[in-house]
Each structure stands twice: as structure tokens, then as C-alpha cells.
Design a protein around this ligand. Sequence first.
Ligand SMILES: [Zn+2]
Ligand SMILES: [Zn+2]
Length: 437
Amino acid sequence: MMAGLISTCAFIILCCLSGPCFGSRKLLVFLIDGFRYDYIDELDNMPGFREIVDNGVKVDYITPEFPSLSFPNYYSLMTGRHCEVHQMTGNYMWDQTSLKEFNIGTNPDSRLPTWWEGSEPLWVTMQKLKKDVYMYYWPGCDVTILGVRPAYCKQPESDKPEKRLTDAIEHALNALNRGQIAMATVYYENIDVEGHHHGPQSSQVKTAILNLDIALQTLNRKIEEKNLQEDLNVIMFSDHGMTDIQWMEKVIELQLYINMSDIIKMMDRGPVVSLWPKPAKFESVYRNLSIARNMKVYKKPEIPQRFHYKGGKFVAALTLVADPGWFITESIAKLPYWQNGTGNGWQRGWHGYDNEFVDMRGFFLARGPDFRKNYKAAPIRTVDVYNLMCSVLGIQPLPNNGSWSRVEYMLSGAATQSPPFLLGTAASVLLALVLTF
Ligand SMILES: [Zn+2]
Ligand SMILES: [Zn+2]
């Protein structure tokens, strides 16, 4: 038994020297939906962002997972795993076995464990370790995953989005400051909403970013007021970017190619569409869709390996992927009308395309005692973020698809060179054992 203990300690030491398992500070995480990497290229009018960039790490961009949609990337950020591994493969999914649907988290069946238990997200791991997590407006925080819920899950109310955000910042910082919790996570949706309605270049998106900046100025001020600079790490990132679309013009209408009655199930519209044709019609549906321009159609086994998608258990028999700027739907008449204030209800921005498409790139910033200051870092990928969060929290990461070498150098020397707690404790236990025997 003692030998086992010794080897466990040795394992912990080795693990700490070779991988991400040090640090144990508090962490505040922001997920800013649909914030494209280049929205912060110009920081002249954004003192909130500028202070974070000047005092922290800014990566060039973050490449999302495929499809570059929200739910798949929310889960890759929190698990470090590709979509085919964690199984959250779309905003809209269908389970062919149970015939249940996941509709972008809105229907009661979206809370079924089947969609969420493909992997254990970071907040569940932390709660299991008795490290409390407060989550604000975070998609999925109200779902029981592997029998666990976060200590606190705040649902969005009808307040203005900026007010919701500053309320969350104040509440989270107080809880972190009191030492009540180890991590708080805040979700903010408004940049994505304005991007869809008006397009990424629009004045409405610019205004939304300036409003976000005002909230970040509040964040920076409160961190100082509460004297949390040396105690708290802050990480913020987006799930994907946004591109211009010409809705109603660059549309691929499936009914022009196939008889929709040959389809058992169709999930989602837009850049990525999932189709389950009747088995007898599978080949003809595939053949007829293959001639459609501005779109690729894949049988499940033929989906490119680089998407890390085809192994997902909810992936359809046929996956359609539109070229950038194009939108797949059954027919123009069935395009969902979405009032955007311009009187025509058209959409001007979308995401979900090939994850290597430049406009799908998101942003990533981090500041705090464990991060380098005024540091420009090379691009990373969505799956890399998990290891970094685990590292500054002092949590042993679960097996994942992230690259530690792509993020390790963002940490300040102290964090990378002298893993403070685990190594110290493990080394003393080992030393004590060696001395006893
Ligand atoms: Zn999103
Ligand atoms: Zn969106």
C-alpha cells in the first residue's frame, strides 16, 4: 500500500512537471457569443478592452470547432474536446434512437442527459471537487449533468443585456472576493444577436461592442476597488466569429433538388444542415444534392477528418455544408422571418461555416497574476482553452484534445516554473515517506 502511495505521489509530481496542473487561484470567465477576432483590432475608443490587453495576453485569434455554431463550441471550450468526442454536434440535434430533439436549448428535451453527458464539463468536475462555481446566463447551467449542478445558475431576465452583464460582474466579484467560490462564468449574447441582425460590419455591432467595453471598464475598476488584482485571473473568449450573408439572395433551396417527402428528418437551416433521408431514397437524395452549387454534401463516413465531427452519435446520414456566405433552407418561403428593425426581417450575418474560414475566428484575452502582461500570442484553438482554465484553477484536466504547448507560454514565469501547491505538497509527502522507511 505504501509503495502505491509513493508511486501516486511520484505520478503527481511528474504530471505537474509535464502538464497543466498548477496554480489554484480564482477564475472569472466570460463567454462573449459571436465576437469576431478582429472586433478588437482597433482599441482607440475601447479603454476597457485596452486595459485588459495592456495588462494581459491577447491571442491573434481562436479557431472554433466545426460546426462554428454556439452549442458545439460552448462544450468544446468547457471540455477541451472535439465535437465528435463530447457529442454536442449542433445547435439542433436529433436522436434517431429515442426520436428526441435538441432545439438550441429551448425545448424541455434539450435538458435530457443524452445531449450533455458525452463529456464532463469543467464546472461539473469542480463541483465534484467541492469547489463551487457560480454561472450567469450560461447555456446549460440549469441542466443536471452526471448528477451535478453548479452551486448557482442565474437565468437571464428581461433586463437590458448590458445591465444583466454588470449585475453579473458585481455579484460574481463579491462571491469570488469572499472566497465563497473558485470560479464564476458569465455568458453574454448581445454581440451575436446584433451580428445576425445587422451584419458584422454594422454600426449596431460597433455600438454593442462599445457598450460591452463600458461593462469591461466597470469590471476593471471593481477588480481594483476590491483589491483582487493579485488574486483573480480573468479569461474571456468567444465561441465563433460572424460573416456577412445576403439572405434571400445567396440561398440554396433544397426543394429544387429533392422531394422533401423523401426526408425523414431535417435539422437546422443555414451553413450546416443535417438530413436523414428514407433508406430507400438515400442514394438518389445524395446524388441529386451533389449537383447543387455553393454547397457540399457528405455521407457520414466521408465528412473530412479535420472537422473532428463525423464520429458524433447524433451526426446525420447526410451533412450539408454551405460555402461562406450561403444559406441552406428547404425553400425561401420557409426562411424564418426575424425582425431586425430595418423593416425587411432579413438576416445580415451568420456563422456555422467551415471552421477554418477566416470570419469564423473568435477572440481570446486573459489577464491576472498567472498570465504574462502586454503579451501578443499566436493563434490557438477552442479545444486549447480548457487546459489553461484547469491550470490556473489547480484542477487536473480530464483527457482532452487540446494542445498544452499552444497555451503554456501565456502563463507568467512563476506559474510555469514553480507549480505552487501540488508539487509542494506531493513532494513533502514523498519526502516524509522516504524518511520514515
Ligand atoms: Zn454563438
Ligand atoms: Zn449566432
